[in-house]
Ligand binder design. Structure first.
Ligand code: NDP
Length: 312
C-alpha cells in the first residue's frame, strides 16, 4: 500500500520550529521581515501573496505587501526594489510572478539584492546553487528535499527522474538531487521515449503543469512519486473520471466549481511506495520554505551585525 506523504503535517512541523527561531531573533533585537511585491490583479497571485502574508503573521515575521497597478513601469518597480534592498526592516523580497508584459522579469529578478533573494531566483544564487554553495534554495525544490528527508526517504544512489526543467522547480530540484547523490535524468517537452525513462525511476518527480499526465504505466512499482503540479479541473465529467469514489472531493467541486489535480493521475499511484497528494503534498511546503529562507536571512543579518561590532 502506497504511503501518503503528508505535506501539511511536515509544513506545520517546520512552522513550529520557525516560531521558536523567530522568538530567538526577536530577543536579540531582530524581527525577520518579508516584503511581497504584487503587480497587477492576477487572482491566483493575489491568493498566493495573501497566504504568504498570513503565514508571516502566524510566525511573528514582519511583512509588508506592495500592491502596484498593472500599468506600473519597470523603473517604478526597480525604484521600489532599490528601497527594499536598503531597508533595515526587510530580510526577504519576493516579486510575485507573472509580471505584466511591459516588464522584463529577468531584469527585475536581477535587481533584488542576492542577500534578500529568498526565492533564490537571482542569477548569482542560481550559480551558487549549481556549485553546491547555496545561499537561498528556491522554495518548492527546497520543500521537496525537506519532505523527503523528514519522511525518511533516502535519495543517495537512487535513480531520479524529474519531469520539467523550469527555473523555479525542475532545474533547481535536479541540482539538489544530484548533490544528494542521486543519478538524475531531466525530461522536458522534447524528450523522446519519456515513458521508458520514467519507468526506470526510483524517485519520479512530475513538475510540468499537465493534469494527470503521469499514469500508472509510467510508474515503476515501488517508486516514490512526487507530484508538484497544481492544475484546476472544472469539467464535471473529468472530475468524475478521476475522483468518482471520493465524496469529499466531489462535495468540494460542487461548492466551488473546480477541484485541483496534480501532474500525476491519482488512480495510478497505488503501485508506488509513497506519493504526495494534490492538494496537501508539495504545495504547503513551498510557503513554509519561503518563511525558512526569510528567517535564515535574518539570522545572517544578526551574525553580520555581531561580527561588525566585534571588529570595531
Ligand atoms: P513551467 O511551465 O515553467 O515548466 C514546465 C516544464 O514542463 C517545462 O520544462 C516543459 O518543458 C515541461 N513540459 C511541459 N509539457 C511537457 C510534456 N508533455 N512532457 C514533458 N515535459 C513537459 O512550469 P513550472 O515548473 O512553473 O510548474 C510546473 C507545475 O508545478 C505547474 O502545475 C505549477 O502550477 C506547479 N507548481 C507548484 C508549486 C507548488 O508549490 N506545489 C510551485 C511551482 C509550480 P520545456 O522546457 O521543454 O518547455
Amino acid at each position: 500500500m502506497a504511503v501518503l506523504l503528508d505535506g501539511n503535517r511536515i509544513a506545520s512541523e517546520i512552522r513550529s520550529e520557525l516560531v521558536l527561531e523567530v522568538a530567538e531573533l526577536v530577543k536579540k533585537g531582530v524581527r525577520p521581515g518579508l516584503a511581497a511585491i504584487l503587480v497587477g490583479d492576477d487572482p491566483a497571485s493575489k491568493v498566493y501573496v495573501a497566504s504568504k502574508t498570513k503565514t508571516c503573521e502566524a510566525l511573528g515575521i514582519y511583512s509588508e505587501t506592495h500592491h502596484l497597478s498593472a500599468f506600473t513601469t519597470a523603473s517604478e518597480l526597480l525604484e521600489l526594489i532599490a528601497r527594499l534592498n536598503d531597508s533595515e526592516e526587510i530580510d526577504g523580497i519576493l516579486v510575485q510572478m507573472p509580471l505584466p508584459p511591459q516588464i522584463n522579469a529577468d531584469e527585475i529578478l536581477q535587481a533584488v539584492s542576492p542577500q534578500k533573494d529568498v526565492d533564490g531566483f537571482h542569477p548569482e544564487n542560481v550559480g551558487r546553487l549549481a556549485l553546491k554553495q547555496p545561499r537561498f534554495i528556491p522554495c518548492t525544490p527546497a520543500g521537496i528535499m525537506e519532505l523527503l528527508k523528514r519522511s525518511g526517504i533516502a535519495v543517495s544512489e537512487k535513480r531520479a527522474v524529474v519531469l520539467g526543467r523550469s527555473r523555479i522547480v525542475g532545474l533547481p530540484l535536479s541540482l539538489l538531487l544530484l548533490h544528494a547523490n542521486a543519478t538524475v535524468t531531466i525530461c522536458h517537452s522534447r524528450t523522446p521515449a519519456l515513458a521508458d525513462i520514467c519507468r526506470q525511476a526510483d524517485l519520479l518527480v512530475a513538475a510540468i503543469g499537465k493534469p494527470a499526465f503521469v499514469t500508472e504505466e509510467l510508474i515503476k512499482p515501488g517508486a516514490v512519486v512526487i507530484d508538484v503540479g497544481i492544475n484546476r479541473l472544472s469539467d464535471r465529467q473529468q472530475v468524475m473520471k478521476f475522483f468518482a469514489d471520493d465524496d469529499r472531493r466531489l462535495d468540494g467541486f460542487d461548492k466551488r466549481g473546480f477541484t485541483l489535480i496534480g501532474d500525476v493521475d491519482p488512480r495510478g499511484v497505488a503501485a508506488a511506495s509513497a506519493y504526495t497528494p494534490v492538494p496537501g503534498g508539495v504545495g504547503p511546503l513551498t510557503i513554509a520554505m519561503l518563511m525558512k529562507n526569510t528567517v535564515l536571512s535574518a539570522q545572517r543579518r544578526i551574525k553580520d551585525k555581531y561580527s561588525l561590532l566585534a571588529s570595531t
